[in-house]
Write a protein that binds this ligand. Structure first.
Ligand code: NAP
Length: 479
């Protein structure tokens, strides 16, 4: 965006880091530096926390309709600037422009959804069993929140947290990923323009995540952490939250099974696979990580998927006609290369891709591996790249057992034309979400989240706002 802010956003003002530090933001398609943004340190984090704490009481008293209308205005402003937002996101994150536009619409939708929820915060009440006492239930904002987001959906991971927090009447400190701070800073500018009072949202990009966040979580004034990122970091943050009993929502890693039964419509299954694998170049927590295909159709499925994957155009996301942009950085690509090398060493056959191209940028080609050994590392590691690993299975019990044989449980995909089997298998999968004959589950109106080590709590849907509210029960005896 022409006037994208590059400073910290604290108490409604744009400011430099107290120690003057900056951090570089790279373009993953060239490896070159796009710009520098202010790099928050512990002192800036304290100031951001103070601004959020100061604003909390008055913000909690704001009329729900006023909060709703701020979100609605921000929704409209984001959509008006779709193209600018998409270009910004593509430049810092790499995804193709068409996908970036899709993310802008998806991200904005969280604001529209929660603008509608802000005025529907319910309470309750009733007569207690003794017939004498009454109870009145009201719902109150949990208080100042720390929001930590990853780089893979730079805008939507922010709006999915900020939307319900604003609707509920919470103030916030947002720490975006250091690779993609620009989308969050631009979003803060939009919310200011939409009328969000000073201090309600504070944004502190930093290269020193631990130094900035730990004092806030251990300080006793932040009442809620909403985190999206890896399970390893989530675990560490849960431990930091234990000290002051900070409420948490954790959207963590996945290891999605993608199951194709022998009675599946293979065209539908391949379409689903393209979405579940290739959305965001495979850099999604919902990405299909393990393809289990019934032995009778495994070869045909792999052949069709390889044809579709091989036809995708790889290049800088900003260029027209590109389907697959670069991975986030050199480290992200190196991880994919290692996982593919390990699988190939154990006998996997690449039908397409599998070789890193020369030249600048962290590109990796769409890759289909068949005959993958179940002991391969990519079976138990999020690939986070455009690599489909296919294994054959023989019967339903076996595939359910293999699909569930992982510490993660975010999402699973099931392809079958049989209703009985569809319901039976979906209910047996240990996951928070199932895509039934579809490769896309994300929707602001649906509760997004996982079980097991994929997280705690849900974002989006009717329940998304609950994560930012507490019940207060008022006991009223009637004499
Ligand atoms: P990550 O390494 O866990 O980082 C996520 C965020 O946490 C970043 O902002 C990161 O900043 C920050 N962070 C890291 N260490 C921290 C610490 N000690 N204290 C405070 N903050 C800290 O994950 P990622 O590689 O960016 O993102 C990919 C992961 O996110 C995958 O596992 C993916 O499945 C998951 N994800 C889950 C969902 C979901 O909804 N379930 C959605 C999207 C992504 P730094 O980079 O500076 O460390």
């Amino acid at each position: 965006m022409t006037d994208t802010p590059t400073q910290l956003f604290i108490g409604g003002a744009w400011v430099d880091a107290a120690d003057g530090a900056t951090l570089p933001v790279d373009d993953p398609s060239t490896g070159e530096i796009l710009c520098h943004v202010a790099d928050a340190g512990p002192k800036d984090a304290r100031l951001a926390e103070e601004a959020a704490v100061r604003a909390q009481e008055e913000w909690a008293r704001t009329a729900p309709r006023a909060r709703s209308e701020i979100l609605r205005r921000a929704y409209e402003l984001i959509l008006e600037r779709t193209d600018e937002f998409a270009r910004l996101m593509t430049s810092e994150m790499g995804k193709p422009l068409a996908e970036a536009r899709g993310e802008v619409a998806y991200a904005a939708e969280f604001f529209r959804w929660f603008s509608e929820e802000a005025v529907r915060i319910d309470g309750g009440g009733g007569v207690l069993p003794d017939g004498r006492n009454r109870m009145l239930l009201s719902r109150r904002p949990v208080g100042p929140c720390l929001l930590i987001t990853p780089w893979n959906f730079p805008l939507a991971m922010g709006t999915r947290k900020i939307g319900p927090a604003i609707a509920a009447g919470c103030t916030m400190v947002l720490k975006p990923a250091p690779q993609t701070p620009l989308s969050s800073l631009a979003l803060a500018g939009i919310l200011k323009e939409a009328g969000l009072p000073d201090g309600v949202l504070n944004v502190v990009p930093t290269s020193r995540a631990g130094e900035v966040c730990e004092p806030l979580l251990r300080g006793g004034r932040i009442r809620k952490l909403s985190f999206t990122g890896s399970t390893a970091v989530g675990r560490l943050l849960l431990a930091q939250c234990a000290d002051k009993v900070v409420r948490t929502s954790m959207e963590l890693g996945g290891n999605a099974p993608f199951i194709v039964f022998e009675d599946a419509d293979l065209d539908v299954a391949v379409d689903g696979a393209m979405l579940a694998k290739m959305r965001n170049m495979g850099e999604a927590c919902t990405a299909a990580n393990r393809f289990f295909v019934h032995r009778s159709v495994a070869e045909e499925f792999a052949r069709r998927l390889a044809t579709r994957m091989g036809a995708l155009v790889v290049g800088p996301g900003i260029r027209d006609g590109v389907d697959v942009g670069p991975l986030i950085d050199a480290a992200g690509r190196a991880k994919v290369e290692e996982l593919v090398a390990d699988a190939v060493e154990r006998g996997a056959r690449p039908l397409v891709g599998g070789t890193t191209p020369d030249g600048p940028g962290s590109f990796y080609p769409p890759t289909v591996l068949t005959d993958v050994d179940p002991g391969s590392r990519l079976m138990e590691t999020e690939i986070f790249g455009p690599v489909a690993a296919i294994l054959a299975f023989d019967d339903e019990d076996e595939v359910v057992h293999r699909a569930n044989d992982t510490p993660w449980g975010l999402v699973g995909y099931v392809f079958t034309e049989g209703l009985d089997r569809a319901l039976r298998v979906s209910e047996r999968l240990e996951v928070g979400m199932v895509g039934l004959n579809t490769g896309l589950v994300s929707n602001p109106a649906a509760p997004f989240g996982g079980v097991k080590q994929s997280g705690l709590g849900r974002e989006g849907g009717r329940v998304g706002i609950d994560e930012f509210l507490e019940y207060q029960y008022l006991a009223v005896p009637v004499r």
